[in-house]
Design a protein around this ligand. Structure first.
Ligand code: SF4
Length: 338
């Protein structure tokens, strides 16, 4: 397990572990605090349709931290389907999600015979999820209480097995608590970190508008429909009176991306001709009435011209039909917006 090449200029590491690494400052500091005392640390970051490891990659590169990316898609989808602890302000099952990430990191650590899982959590930084009770509860629930370290607040928390065994020197861990970032900034200066992200970057599940669109798929039992999930990032989404969904592109880049994602099976692709206008996707199972509405919607979001607009209907690349339609006034469609 010990490998002298793990930490440059040092002998064999005193222990080895994984840090939940979002790429935000706290996770960087947690890794650096452990590394400073001779522990070999690997960052673990998670990827899903709702968040990406982009920031983690950048921050890991900045501190030369080995980083592993774990596909978290199935985990987060199952938590959005059935969140044991409910949602935050949008469709974000944060308590369950955070616990599951720790659990997954714990599995990796145990399977490799490593010694600890660490996080950048700070006691009382978030009143609900990072108070003493919830930190203890997460450790217990995830079955990692013996190996879970919070290096930034460790001296304020109960001693862990890892510290008792001397695998990590408790006296060189920190005692940070609360919402003030002063101590983290001082620690960042200590490690010579001049530039660092203020946060780890976005999670779409915390965004209200995105969550509204996702909620429809959830209610329809379609959270495993990867194409539908991917399309949530593009265009305006309308739930038409007959129950089908239409997605209207907002610019050229979206139009093109939507056509590529739609493929030829699940969606009809509507495109105005003779006038600049949006690619519009309509679910393939739409009724004739919803198709007629979607064609008018597509024309309504096209550039204004006198009279009707011709709109072509494609399945993939294949032209199915062309119709002349009267543009739908946009205000008439506002009530269908998700
Ligand atoms: S913000 Fe998103 S990634 Fe972070 S814990 Fe909540 S659901 Fe998970």
């Amino acid at each position: 397990m010990n490998d002298a090449s793990d930490i440059q200029g040092q002998e064999a590491p005193r222990s080895r572990g994984a840090v939940l690494f979002s790429g935000g400052l706290d996770s960087m500091l947690a890794a650096l605090v452990l590394r400073e005392q001779g522990c070999a640390v690997t960052g673990i970051s998670f990827a899903s349709p709702f968040f990406s490891p982009r920031q983690a990659k950048e921050s890991a590169a900045a501190i030369s931290l080995p980083l592993e990316i774990v596909d978290f898609s199935d985990d987060i989808l199952s938590l959005v389907e059935h969140p044991k602890h409910g949602f935050g302000g949008a469709l974000n099952p944060c308590i369950d999600c955070h616990g599951r990430m720790i659990l997954r990191a714990g599995e990796i650590v145990r399977s490799r015979g490593w010694d600890f899982v660490a996080t950048g959590e700070v006691l009382n930084q978030r009143p609900m999820s990072q108070n003493r009770r919830s930190l203890e509860m997460v450790a217990k629930d995830c079955g990692v209480a013996d190996i879970l370290l919070r290096p930034l607040s460790a001296q304020l928390l109960e001693e862990t097995e890892v510290e008792r065994k001397g695998l990590v020197d408790r006296s060189r861990l920190c005692a940070i608590k609360g919402r003030s970032r002063k101590e983290q900034m001082a620690l960042a200066a200590h490690f010579g970190l001049e530039k660092y992200p203020s946060s780890a970057g976005g999670c779409l599940l915390t965004e209200k508008l995105y969550s509204n669109k996702l909620a429809l798929l959830r209610n329809q039992g379609r959270l495993r429909d990867r194409k539908a999930i991917t399309l949530l990032k593009f265009g305006r989404h309308f739930l038409l009176p007959g129950g089908a969904k239409a997605i209207v592109g907002r610019n050229l880049a979206e139009n093109e991306a939507m056509r590529n994602i739609a493929g030829d099976a699940d969606y009809l692709i509507l495109r105005p001709i003779g006038v600049p206008g949006p690619t519009t996707l309509l679910e393939g199972s739409a009724s004739a009435e919803d198709l007629a509405t979607a064609l008018r919607l597509c024309a309504g979001y096209s550039d204004k011209v006198p009279g009707d607009i011709r709109v072509r209907i494609f399945k993939g690349e294949e032209l199915q039909e062309e119709r002349s339609v009267t543009p739908l006034p946009r205000e008439e469609a506002h009530g269908w917006l998700l």
